[in-house]
Design a protein around this ligand. Structure first.
Ligand code: DGL
Length: 269
């Protein structure tokens, strides 16, 4: 990719579903003129229940095709599962800057006074060596309680589609952390899946006032803004498109959230 991308070259934001919306919003706060392509792999959702090999192969192949098709200036893997498994493969294979989303263990360790931190992610994310490394590097003196909560991915998808959130599912995710040895002292909770900040009100209510919810999306947006600093943007209204597979209905169900962010079209692949 040349040092000066065309003003219309979009930022590509990629997730298995609508989780990337939690990353898109802070990006747009910093870069309101950015053209965007949001890509969702509904055919592959949930990544959190797949093997490492499946996620790595699928994400590398899809991103290769997407980069070819939309020629982004930069891509954000707005999915913790895909980032913790496939970020290094994708960076090695494709010649544009990639920003990943990885569990916000460092800021959680900075906040926690009890030194007990909860980590809610998908089943695939919480078992990654990448997470072990973050824990060893930034939270070696903390007890990190992990729970794989794939049901919360479905709950977030349901919420964005305008359906009722099953609060029992939210409560159970918190109980699963609290009931682990040491869990009663948890005072920080890492939302290690981009779908989960879409449920932050419900999770905060279930966790109670003594638990700070921590996610890294504002930091990811700052990283994106830093990498595109000095680049040109289109003069008029920036183009914003959702590209997806697995049927138009899933994207249309969440359309109000995209329309609010200036998205105007859907492309099915
Ligand atoms: N949004 C994805 C993440 O951040 C998870 C959704 C899925 O399981 O596909 O991990």
């Amino acid at each position: 990719m040349s040092a000066t991308p065309h003003p219309d070259a979009p930022i590509l934001v990629f997730d298995s579903g609508i989780g990337g919306l939690s990353v898109l919003r802070p990006i747009l706060d910093l870069l309101p003129q950015a053209p965007l392509v949001y890509a969702c792999d509904y055919k592959g959702l949930p990544y959190g229940e797949k093997s490492e090999a499946e996620v790595a192969t699928r994400v590398s192949a899809l991103l290769g095709r997407l980069v070819e098709r939309v020629r982004p200036r930069l891509a954000v893997i707005a999915c913790n599962t895909a980032s913790t498994i496939a970020l290094s493969h994708v960076r090695a294979a494709l010649d544009i800057p990639f920003v990943g989303t990885v569990p916000a263990i460092k800021p959680a360790a900075e906040r926690s006074t009890s030194r007990v931190i909860g980590l809610l992610g998908t089943s695939a994310t919480i078992r990654q060596p990448y997470v072990d490394r973050l824990a060893a590097d930034y939270a070696a003196d903390c007890l990190i309680l992990r729970h794989g909560a794939g049901e919360l991915v479905d709950a977030a998808e349901a919420k964005l589609a305008g359906n009722r959130v099953d609060l029992e599912v939210i409560k159970q995710a918190i109980v699963a952390l609290r009931s682990q040895p040491g869990g009663e002292a948890m005072d920080a909770l890492v939302l290690a899946c981009t779908h989960f900040p879409l449920l932050s009100q419900e999770l905060a209510a279930a966790a109670g006032p003594g638990v700070a919810l921590v996610e890294g999306n504002a930091g990811i947006a700052r990283r994106v803004a830093h990498l595109v600093a000095g680049q040109d943007w289109p003069e008029g209204v920036p183009q914003r498109m959702v590209i997806g597979n697995g049927g138009r209905d899933r994207i249309e169900a969440a359309w109000p959230a995209f329309a609010e962010l200036g998205f105007t079209s859907i492309d099915l692949v």
